[in-house]
Design a protein around this ligand. Structure first.
Ligand code: SAM
Ligand code: CA
Length: 247
């Protein structure tokens, strides 16, 4: 029994090392999902970008393959055409989006770091979907402020994926709620924040996990109390909260 318990603990501990990829409490189950339903159906360009990103020192930031598959399915289910992404990194979720949208679909993609976007760009170009992407280098907030000023932008987005600086999610929400259409969806990523949202405040945590935890907790409360949206928090990847605008 004790040995079994230790082995289980070891597995959980090992799993938490890749906590941003999945919060499932068993490596074996997560591998099963990847190997049975995700990798066999992953489009070749996404596989190429995933493998390219794995060599990058900040690869912990990338969207996991199962979450990429989820986003692709979601975009098709809602017939998304006009979309936005805040936080691109090397572009795995961006490529998933670009492949899922119709030929005339659009993605306004923002990131303060163009260098990392350019790692993935050749793969996106080779996949024939770069024409859907309007990449803006720089902080997203001023761009959103400008967009909100113009009423023509209000209610024009089918889907907005937020995967950038967690301390700004509340500020993003204040703006993008105006930009997404009624019936459209916002996805906030990492809302389970490595599982830390349910940990006691004095639990050991990496410094950056502890720092952003308070912002994620605040966001989660704010979303649950916002009458303009319906929400659904999914334990995919590091947690994604879907918000459907209803008014
Ligand atoms: N969605 C990406 C993917 O699939 O690989 C991962 C995004 S990564 C978790 C977060 C990104 O947000 C980083 O590339 C970072 O440069 C960007 N970022 C941080 N602060 C930002 C800001 N104020 N505005 C726009 N992007 C920002
Ligand atoms: Ca993320």
């Amino acid at each position: 029994m004790a040995e079994n318990g230790a082995a289980q603990e070891n597995q959980v501990a090992k799993h938490q090392e890749v906590g941003h990829k999945s919060l499932l409490q068993s490596d074996a189950l997560y591998q099963y999902i990847l190997e049975t339903s995700v990798y066999p159906r992953e489009p070749e360009p996404m596989k190429e970008l995933r493998e390219l990103t794995a060599k990058h020192p900040w690869n912990l930031m990338t969207t996991s393959a199962d979450e990429g598959q989820f986003l692709s399915m979601l975009l098709k289910l809602i017939n998304a055409k006009n979309t936005m992404e805040i936080g691109v990194y090397t572009g795995y979720s961006l490529l998933a989006t670009a492949l899922a949208l119709p030929h005339d679909g659009k993605i306004l993609a923002m990131d303060i770091n163009r260098e990392n976007y350019e790692i993935g760009l050749p793969v996106i170009q080779k996949a024939g979907v770069a024409h859907k992407i309007d990449f803006r280098e720089g902080p997203a907030l001023p761009v959103l402020d400008l967009m909100v000023e113009d009423k023509n932008n209000h209610g024009t987005y089918d889907f907005i994926f937020v995967d950038a600086d967690k301390d700004n999610y509340i500020n993003y929400h204040k703006r993008i709620i105006e930009l997404v259409k009624v019936g459209g969806v916002i996805g906030y990523d990492n809302t389970l924040w490595n599982g830390s949202v349910a940990a006691p405040p004095d639990a050991p945590m990496r410094k950056y996990v502890r720092y952003y935890r308070d912002f994620v907790l605040e966001l989660n409360k704010a979303l649950a109390a916002d009458p303009r949206i319906e929400i659904c928090m999914l334990p995919v990847g590091d947690g994604i909260t879907l918000c459907r605008r209803i008014s």
